[in-house]
Design a protein around this ligand. Structure first.
Ligand code: SF4
Length: 173
């Protein structure tokens, strides 16, 4: 109950700060903390590591599938291939998504119950305003998903970067 109250307070305070144009709080950590225990109980095959396509290298040779997004060939021009390798080894699903809309449909299509996801501040803010965050999970396209999120370290939509080690750390929980 106290955890839920803390989460709700954090969400309302985050929304208020957005409204007033104040510096945002680290809402991602609060949400991660809230779902962490339940996330740990999920089967690895029901969890997907979902990276945004803005992390791929300029000269990425991957092809695109309407079903599965960017099909990484692990060419090692960017860090996605290494994460793909680790995700596969540990039994997670892995995707590189072209958009939030695609991610929502993917979650439903692949029966995903947990997500290790990466997003920029802009997408986080949009998500907090548009998705329902409930005790069962974040509601995405009618499905409740326990999330463990990571904020992009640097982004300008061209040269984006993330703490790649942090993705590995979360995969290890
Ligand atoms: S590692 Fe994968 S995503 Fe990155 S550039 Fe190579 S094929 Fe593209």
């Amino acid at each position: 109950m106290i955890r839920k109250l803390k989460l709700l307070l954090s969400i309302y305070s985050y929304k208020l700060r957005c409204l007033l144009g104040l510096k945002r709080t680290d809402i991602m950590s609060t949400i991660n903390e809230y779902y962490r225990e339940a996330f740990r109980t999920l089967r690895k095959e029901d969890i997907a590591v979902i990276l945004p396509h803005c992390l791929i290298a300029d000269r990425c040779p991957a092809r695109f599938s309407k079903q599965d997004g960017v099909i990484c060939s692990k060419c090692s021009l960017c860090g996605c291939g290494k994460v793909f390798e680790s995700a596969q080894r540990r039994g997670y699903q892995f995707y590189i998504t072209p958009s939030v809309g695609f991610t929502r449909r993917l979650v439903r299509r692949k029966n995903i119950k947990g997500v290790i996801g990466i997003a920029c501040d802009y997408e986080i803010e949009k998500g907090i305003h548009s998705e329902k965050i409930t005790a069962l999970g974040v509601r995405l396209n009618g499905t409740s998903v326990k999330t463990q999120g990571i904020r992009l370290q640097a982004y300008d939509c061209i040269k984006n970067n993330v703490d790649w080690d942090r993705i590995e750390e979360i995969m290890n929980v």
